[in-house]
Write a protein of this length. Structure first.
Length: 366
């Protein structure tokens, strides 16, 4: 089996799931820069490394989820068939890339997403210096490929993979649960079975645009309830309007607990101002939910066919969010969108994500 080194920042749950699957296909060593991010709930934890060798560098923290550790050089000096960099903009990753550039060590960059920005000249060339140094690029989709090529990647060596946090069994299980009795689930959650339910799952931070959803909710009466899952109460108090009775904050929930909210909902909204991907879009679609998100959400741009399985709206456009929600609620619209959402998301499994990575590696000269 091929020996593969994968460098990333922290052992987030969905990445550990991916590595456990990838480890079945190669002799995998994963080097994590640090143990956890500062902006994640303490219950947001990963499972154990079952099939791969796990190394945590415990580097010097340089941000919420970024670290600097010179220990990475020790691992780069070993013999590998393939080296993959999963977070190329952290201090440790940039150190690793510069070392491999100097010593002519070939490596792959794996990118979950990215938006081209109006960078100054210096920032542009710094990004290009590191991104262009790879020999091959794994890309989560067309928007990500445009980003990589803009910063120096070879378009002919950008290969797509289905980025996700879901296993095949989860997608199948979630799809089967779509027709479960919403009334029973809503009763359990304390939500009226007679209303329409709009759901979002998100941190409550400015970038996620939850304030926009709060404003959009004011355009609806009690016949539509808006449920926000995620974040802390202190964050919520900064944006909640006490006069808005159809708005409910549920706080942080585990992945298992969130499933009931997806089953109970009619539509999922992520009004983000920027998401490099947005895995909650995958999750919502796996429960057959039409998704409304913005043109600054890479998952939305890759997974949503506008008007077919959801809607893409401009950022900061409260009226567009309101209109899209109303369109979903039009008679017969929601069920058709639900079916199309399930069709689209079935191929976005961790197993297929691993298969794509290995097919690319085995068919390409790195």
């Amino acid at each position: 089996m091929k020996k593969v080194l994968f460098l990333t920042n922290i052992p987030s749950p969905y990445r550990v799931e991916f590595f456990n699957e990838l480890g079945k296909t190669c002799r995998l060593t994963v080097v994590f820069e640090g143990k956890k991010a500062l902006d994640r709930h303490e219950k947001w934890m990963s499972g154990p490394p079952d099939t791969f060798h796990c190394v945590i560098l415990n580097g010097l923290r340089a941000g919420s989820d970024q670290f600097l550790s010179f220990k990475i050089l020790k691992y780069l000096r070993k013999k590998w068939d393939y080296i993959i960099i999963g977070m190329y903009s952290t201090p440790t990753a940039m150190l690793a890339i510069e070392y491999m550039r100097i010593y002519n060590i070939k490596f792959i960059i794996s990118a979950d997403g990215g938006f081209i920005k109006d960078d100054g000249m210096l920032r542009y060339y710094i990004k290009k210096h590191f991104i262009s140094a790879a020999s091959l690029w794994f890309s989560s989709g067309n928007e990500t490929s445009r980003y990589l090529v803009h910063y120096g990647a070879d378009r002919n060596k950008c290969f797509l993979f289905p980025f996700t946090s879901l296993r095949n069994r989860e997608i199948e299980r979630n799809a089967k649960s779509v027709n479960e009795d919403k009334g029973r689930i809503r009763k359990y959650l304390g939500i009226s079975p007679d209303c329409k339910m709009v759901l979002t799952v998100s941190q409550i931070i400015e970038r996620k645009g939850i304030d926009l959803l709060v404003e959009a909710s004011k355009k609806f009466g009690e016949e539509v309830v808006f449920i926000i899952v995620g974040g802390e109460k202190a964050d919520w108090l900064n944006i909640k309007d006490d006069k808005n009775d159809n708005l409910r904050f549920e706080g942080f929930k585990t992945k298992e607990e969130i499933g009931d909210y997806y089953r109970a909902a009619d539509v999922f909204v992520l009004p983000t101002r920027e998401d490099i991907w947005g895995l909650v879009v995958n999750e919502a679609m796996s429960y057959g939910l039409p998704v409304i998100t913005t043109n600054r959400c890479v998952a939305g741009l890759e997974l949503i066919d506008n008007g077919i399985n959801g809607y893409i709206v401009e950022i900061n456009d409260i009226q567009a969010i309101e209109a899209a929600i109303r369109h979903v609620f039009i008679q017969n619209s929601k069920q058709e969108m639900s079916n199309k959402a399930l069709e689209k998301i079935r191929s976005y499994s961790i197993e297929n994500m691993v298969k794509a990575h290995m097919n690319i590696i085995e068919s390409s000269i790195v």
